[in-house]
Design a protein around this ligand. Structure first.
Ligand code: ZN
Length: 306
């Protein structure tokens, strides 16, 4: 089965390596502990792959696309369909303005370690009702999709819980720790990519991380401004799109190194606030009034048909 874009041979390779790593961990308990960080990385990559795949399907064939969602679900730790109600149809539409279930400013308008590192738990709680409503609607109106959702939920929860009853030690190392890491990190990334940005601006609604290693390891997921502007664009096309728009973006929202930014935000900012993020443009919690300029809704919030 050929992917639509040649770059997605790497997607397939990464999911295969994720599977191979889990097999090695399962068969060789003596080195299992050392491979947990590798499993964490592949779980994170699987989450990013599921994100990309739900915006721009990897294959033309619907069955192959369903299969990729199921495989990504095993490693990601969250059923891949969840991206659609919480991200494609909600976050991309409101991009951190009121209405977005994943707003970064729900508990505080400040950005510090406490707010940022508790954000994934708060965000998850507010995403749950959207997921629930989406599944109920699929059950009523889209039986084929509902079947696919049920398969993903089985793969995501029933199967791993059953295997955990057989060998909980192996499952904690191979599946549960990596899954928690993946889900937590992906939701935290959303925080970093939007905190103190301006959702009403055409160009400054997101923070972009341009580091080459990060973008290689995470399938160009750092190029978030370009992604929001053209959500249906394939991940491999984002560097070109970013190069075309970079001059429009406020320079403080184009960050060369994620880790330097992270250190500044959570360590140096303790000593001087100038190292933390500063609000760019209009804060998300102050929507424009009637007649004021706003670029919301922006981009292409709908996923391409699978
Ligand atoms: Zn997205």
């Amino acid at each position: 089965m050929k992917p639509r874009y040649a770059a997605d041979y790497r997607t397939i390779l990464w999911l295969s390596m994720a599977a191979a790593n889990v097999v090695v961990m399962w068969m060789m308990p003596s080195i299992r502990g050392w491979l947990v960080p590798v499993a964490c990385y592949f779980a994170l990559a699987a989450g990013v792959i599921a994100h990309n795949h739900n915006h721009s399907p990897t294959f033309k064939n619907r069955t192959a696309n369903d299969l990729l969602n199921h495989v990504a679900t095993i490693f990601y730790g969250f059923a891949a369909f969840n991206w659609i109600p919480t991200h494609n149809l909600n976050h991309h539409k409101f991009q951190n303005a009121p209405g977005d279930a994943t707003i970064t400013w729900r508990t505080s308008k400040k950005h510090n370690a406490l707010v940022a590192f508790t954000y994934p738990f708060v965000s998850m709680a507010y995403q749950a009702p959207l997921i629930d409503a989406y599944v109920k609607e699929a059950k009523k109106k889209r039986p084929q999709q509902y079947r696919s959702i049920m398969i993903q939920l089985f793969i995501c929860w029933v199967l791993p819980i059953a295997v955990t009853l057989v060998d909980w030690r192996a499952m904690v190392a191979c599946v549960w720790i990596p899954r928690f890491f993946s889900l937590y990190t992906i939701i935290y990334f959303n925080y970093g990519q939007h905190v103190h940005c301006d959702p009403y601006s055409k160009w400054n609604h997101s923070r972009t991380f341009t580091g080459k290693a990060l973008n290689f390891l995470l399938f160009n997921n750092g190029l978030h401004t370009a992604h929001h502007l053209k959500a249906g664009a394939h991940w491999s096309t984002l560097p070109k799109l970013h190069a075309e728009i970079e001059h429009h973006i406020d320079p403080s929202l184009v960050v060369p190194s994620f880790w330097t930014w992270f250190f500044k935000c959570y360590v140096l900012a303790l000593f001087s606030p100038k190292f933390g993020t500063q609000q760019v443009g209009r804060p998300a919690h102050e929507p424009p009034g009637a007649g004021e300029e706003s670029n919301l809704p922006l981009g292409d919030p709908e996923p391409e048909a699978a």
